[in-house]
Design a protein around this ligand. Sequence first.
Ligand SMILES: N[C@@H](CCC(=O)N[C@@H](CS)C(=O)NCC(=O)O)C(=O)O
Length: 224
Amino acid sequence: MITLHHLEYSQSFRVLWLLEELGVEYELKKYNRDPVSHLAPEEYKAISPLGTAPVITDGELVLAETSAIIEYILDLHPNELINPNASSSDRARHLFWWHSAQGSVMPLMLIDSIFRIIQERVPSLINLIVRPVLNKASKGFIETRLVKILEMAEKDLATADWFGGENLTSADILLSYPIESASMRGYITAEYPKVKSWLRRVYERPAFQVAKEKDGRASMAFPT
Ligand SMILES: N[C@@H](CCC(=O)N[C@@H](CS)C(=O)NCC(=O)O)C(=O)O
């Protein structure tokens, strides 16, 4: 049986949600973040080959990287709705959004996080110089790319409810983390009503709610 080593409030939430959607048996081991650094604790880093969350174990196997874990779980528990196969008309759409989650949206949110952390940590005098530089870089790079992705999301979500097409797929599960982050940072404005409705549908999924409960974030408000 798979054991998910779950670091609270982290990308391993997506694996937790997938396991709940599939309704398969798994063991959950929860770890709190270090209260000062907010990073994974030493006992977690000792298990994870990259020192990052998520990580799963299955017998002797130790596997890190969200997308590898998701593919591994879907190989063990095939599900044509969550993972449309090559004969499905939704396959290409599913693949596009699946890869854009890890290849485009997550990196943009990571750069955004780094820019925010720098501004929080440098002394205010230095921030007078740093902030305008980072804001310009953010507008020119992060926003330009994010807008393109969100515009495409609006078009696709106008034709079917999920990024994966007719059904919620692992593309939706992968995108949930960076899109929720983008929403909390104010990037999902009123110009993107379909993306907002998609996020609401995600929150309404019973499996998502169970995963939130297990993660400990069940009381968190819907991101605006
Ligand atoms: N590309 C990796 C990224 C993993 C990652 O950065 N995870 C964060 C959690 S959101 C983490 O482990 N942070 C704690 C730390 O670095 O100590 C994946 O998708 O698994």
